[in-house]
Design a protein around this ligand. Sequence first.
Ligand SMILES: Cc1ncc(COP(=O)(O)O)c(C=O)c1O
Length: 452
Amino acid sequence: MDHLTKYLLPETQLPAVWLNVLPALKEPLAPPLNPGTGQPIGPEALAPIFPMGLLEQEFSAQPQIDVPGEVLDIYRLWRPTPLFRARRLEAALRTPAHIYYKHEGVSPAGSHKPNTAVAQAYYNKQAGIRRLATETGAGQWGSALALACRMFGLGCTVYMVKVSYEQKPYRRMLMNTWGAEVFPSPSPKTNAGRAVLAEHPDSPGSLGIAISEAVEDAAGKTDTNYSLGSVLNHVLLHQTVIGQEVKLQMQLAGEDPDVVIGCFGGGSSFGGLALPYVLDKLNGSKVRLLAIEPLACPTLTKGSYLYDFGDTAKSTPLLKMYTLGHDFVPAGIHAGGLRYHGAAPLLSHLLHHGYLEARAYAQTGVFDAAVQFTQTEGILPAPESAHAIRAAIDEAIAAREEGRPRVIVFCLTGHGHFDLSAYDNYLNGNLVDFEHPDEEIARSLAALPKVG
Ligand SMILES: Cc1ncc(COP(=O)(O)O)c(C=O)c1O
């Protein structure tokens, strides 16, 4: 089957379990801490905003967790997703490398995010919750949760980072069409939002601020829970359907990847693709696992591995992760979904212990790659996904220069149909690169809580 363009799985091969890496780790993961006492917290501390079904997964020692039938029924609307061999891109690059991409943009919301949104809505519905509150950066996560809440008859409130709310009105309209209410963040609806507005009336917002608003909305109400689209263990767990399918599809292609590449915001899509390969790596596999982030938000490449809050208002537990500091407000670059100050603790742990590599790219080079991909493969990628494309192209060029083949797999996490204004800016030469200044990072990190 090495002549195909698409490697497709039948619905019967949809993964029936999620893979949990926690019990396989050689070094234990640093636990979340109570910011007041500095002591580790367990599931009960998070019960006011998350259902027990998800909290059990967050701390689970089971290597596999069954995907509930109702979740599988919804996954079947678009899963298994196709794996493509990028033959036309390979030809344009004159590379001996083989490039494969997993297309998660075929979901109804246009990205990988529904893989966890559907699971989260399911467990909240089981727990008797009637509404979910969340934040969204570029609008992909908000769209995914709006879709999932609609499928389970739950209300959905989305705090959308203001700069994206203004840049991406169609994402808001899509969420509204699925029945969600959407507010630009910082908003006057919450104490956290009002505090930011009082100090910075023109704040463009940040994921950290929007998380504070959504957590506050959920924390005060018994019928409402909070939902997070990345970072936490249970979110990464749900996303492992991606990597499990890729492994079956690479078997069809008769190849094993030398390098697996994903873009990185909080880490959910990267984790979803890479964690099944981490299990191999823990058993001696030499596969390289490469996370790509923007230079404007260089969490993994310039952040520090320390305990920090997940949000600006310091309402979350402390998580040990690569961080730029919880008051970090990134520049308004076009990869809105990659602008989080922190990173999944599980992936931070794996990076710290040498299982992962990280690299940062400036946005014009990323858009060069996105356009080259669109013009060869035909699919218009989300700017977030284009970070992985940039790296895949660079790996393929390196293979050409070294005269050595290599097998590259990356995740096309979403399509870019709602990002056309960014493409327009690029095509008209209006896109500028922005590197977050080192002094700003140092200032932000100096404000970190002193623990661990
Ligand atoms: C298309 C797309 N890819 C990637 C990401 C990054 O998120 P994560 O790092 O959780 O995969 C986002 C976030 O919104 C996104 O919209």
